[in-house]
Unconditional design. Structure first.
Length: 153
């Protein structure tokens, strides 16, 4: 696997976990949810290091779902980008959890690109594609379960 792919996956995971931590510090009610969510990204690192189609599927599906939710449904990514730009201009940061959503969005774009490139370099056959989609389905089910169990009410 080329170094840029491994490094991009690592940076994407690191950035997203930092966004989770930053958000959990400011909004304590999210700590359990974010801890359970961070386990997904630990699995991504472990599985993609082994060139597992499951791991690449997990990364692409969770990243795509999260970005679609925050770009097209909640619009928090765009709001976070605007707040970050305002911070750069004024030096005053407001609603830092929303900025963390934007950081998470960037991290997920990096993960999508790197994990698709990594998976396609495997020259996947039918069995690998099933595993890729299986990993994606499993992570979406896991995410739905942790939201039901750990999301603040």
């Amino acid at each position: 696997m080329p170094r840029w792919i491994r490094l991009s996956i690592f940076i994407g995971v690191l950035l997203f976990i930092l966004a989770l931590v930053g958000s959990a510090i400011v909004v304590p009610q999210l700590r359990l949810l974010h801890l359970l969510q961070a386990l997904i990204y630990v699995a991504i690192i472990l599985l993609t290091r082994r060139n597992s189609p499951w791991g690449f599927g997990v990364a692409v599906f969770i990243s795509t779902a999260w970005n679609c939710l925050n770009l097209f449904v909640t619009h928090l990514s765009l709001a976070g980008a605007a707040l970050l730009w305002s911070f750069i201009q004024t030096g005053h940061l407001v609603r830092s959890p929303t900025v963390m959503v934007f950081v998470g969005t960037l991290a997920h774009f990096l993960l999508i690109i790197a994990c698709m490139a990594g998976f396609l370099r495997l020259r996947p056959g039918k069995k690998q594609w099933y595993r890729f989609f299986g990993g994606g389905l499993l992570v979406l089910v896991y995410m739905a379960l942790i939201i039901v169990v750990a999301a603040p009410r």
